[in-house]
Write a new protein. Structure first.
Lengths: 233, 256
């Protein structure tokens, strides 16, 4: 993006983006570690995730504060305005994703108090899909890739399909749980968190599209992007 | 008055009159050093009067006087008769709304203050002029025509030349009265960027009617109304959550 004559403006935007990217890195790490804690039965790793969440919360506050400061001080317009709005909304989505990672980690601690469960591995495909969605969502923002942003809806449909399938399997196990019903319920809720992480990643992708093309694709994702209406910048 | 001033400005219970008209009522505020403070408020609120008190520019107006209260800069009461006003104005420079270069060369304009303070060594003058023009972000634009008339410069360049002229005598405080109101947005952005860069060494007080400019450049903002200081807060606080209803009404344009 071209520079502003007023360098303070550039510095503030730079700090906003830097904090948002740090937030994305920590959020991805929290999700990765929460799921590794589940798949490996590692309670210590689950505790690490729970402790790390406050860093993400702090960064969310910082992004909000810098965003508001930019709105107050510089009255952003055009691309700058979209960048500030998109970044603040993305930060909210990231914070929620990190909260889901913490939710998963807390359930891992409870699961690990009982007998080891091989069936935790059933969540791996769902996790892989949710993780890929989050990665692509942030790539669409950092690489200004509106097509990747828009493509997230399709990937999310696949995640939803996997989630439905898995929920059916887990629910049927719950009926014959033989005293392990709590553990099966935890897995159902973890699957639900992964599905929600997919939705939140789609929201991030939508913000990336808005940032690049000023088009709001929320709730309209089945329509193709109107290329001829895109601004030339 | 001590030759070296720190640049903290302390105003205590200041009352100011033009003849029988009270222009400032019981104003008290402390302007911190090496930050940018903006004075805002409707016309006639007293903001420019207060600004001009800081280097005693009001002394030149017949009938204008501080009736009570005090202004200390670096601990020295600048209202005292013993204060050397020329020295005070060297410490406390001023830039006006309309750029006012002298009808002389670019070089002479910047060197003028130094020569007034009896610096005549040519190499020292050359160096000081270059430094001031670099600080004012004007050097690259004028270095090849230093001996051409300052009046040939554009409005934005003339205003930066006036800033360079103030900087040449190494003031610790610069007062600015609507410094960008006659400039186009690009020239104004250059002046604003300059203020933000120089604020690490110099205290700036800027009077402006441009609310967005106050929000962009200042660290602290004071809002005046009918000669009274209504609110003085960090700029972000004042513009996002003003404490006083009058400030909010003025900022939102729902005034009166």
């Amino acid at each position: 993006m071209s520079q502003h004559l007023f360098r303070d403006y550039d510095n503030a935007i730079h700090h906003l983006q830097e904090d948002l990217l740090t937030m994305a890195t920590l959020t991805r790490q929290n999700l990765e570690q929460a799921m590794q804690a589940l798949l490996r039965g590692d309670t210590d790793l689950a505790n690490t995730v729970i402790a790390a969440d406050s860093d993400v919360d702090e960064l969310e506050r910082k992004v909000d504060q810098i965003g508001m400061e930019i709105l107050v001080r510089f009255h952003p317009v055009a691309t700058d305005l979209r960048l500030i709005i998109a970044s603040m909304k993305i930060s909210t989505s990231l914070e929620r994703i990190s909260d889901h990672a913490v939710g998963i980690a807390k359930r891992v601690r409870k699961i690990n108090q009982g007998q080891p469960m091989q069936e935790v591995q059933w969540l791996e495909p769902l996790y892989a899909q949710a993780y890929a969605l989050l990665r692509d969502a942030m790539d669409s923002y950092t690489n200004h890739d509106k097509l990747l942003g828009q493509a997230l809806h399709e990937k999310d449909r696949e995640l939803d399909r996997l989630h439905k399938q898995l929920t059916r399997t887990l629910s049927s196990q719950l009926e014959v749980a033989n005293g392990r019903s709590a553990a099966w319920l935890h897995l159902i809720f973890i699957a639900r968190s992964l599905e929600r992480i997919g939705d939140l990643s789609v929201n991030i992708g939508e913000e990336a599209v808005f940032l690049e093309s000023a088009i709001n694709i929320r709730h309209e994702y089945r329509k193709p992007l109107p290329e001829n209406q895109l601004p030339s910048t | 008055m001590s030759p070296v001033l720190s640049d903290r400005i302390e105003v205590h219970d200041l009352h100011f009159y033009y003849g029988h008209t009270c222009a400032l009522k019981a104003v008290s505020l402390n302007v911190p050093e090496r930050q940018v403070t903006a004075f805002i408020g409707p016309s006639g609120c007293g903001k420019s009067t207060l600004l001009r008190c800081f280097n005693r520019m009001n002394d030149e107006i017949p009938g204008a006087r501080v009736s009570s209260g005090s202004i200390h800069i670096g601990g020295v009461n600048i209202q005292q008769p013993s204060v050397d006003v020329a020295k005070l104005r060297r410490e406390v420079g001023m830039v006006f709304q309309k750029s006012n270069p002298f009808p002389r060369s670019i070089f002479d304009n910047v060197a003028f203050g130094l020569q007034l303070h009896r610096i005549s060594n040519r190499s020292m003058l050359n160096q000081a002029v270059e430094e001031a023009l670099i600080s004012a972000a004007l050097w690259d634009e004028v270095k090849d025509r230093l001996h051409e008339s300052a009046l040939a410069l554009s409005g934005g360049q003339q205003q930066r030349l006036c800033i360079a002229r103030s900087l040449a005598v190494k003031p610790s405080i610069i007062l600015m009265d609507e410094p960008c109101s006659a400039l186009d947005p690009i020239a104004a952005a250059k002046v604003e960027d300059l203020i933000r860069t120089l604020r690490q060494q110099i205290t700036f007080i800027i009077v402006t009617h441009n609310m967005q400019q106050a929000a962009r450049v200042s660290d602290l903002t004071a809002f005046f109304h009918l000669g009274e200081l209504i609110e003085f807060s960090p700029t972000l606080k004042l513009f996002s959550n003003p404490a006083h209803k009058l400030t909010e009404a003025y900022l939102r344009g729902t005034f009166g």
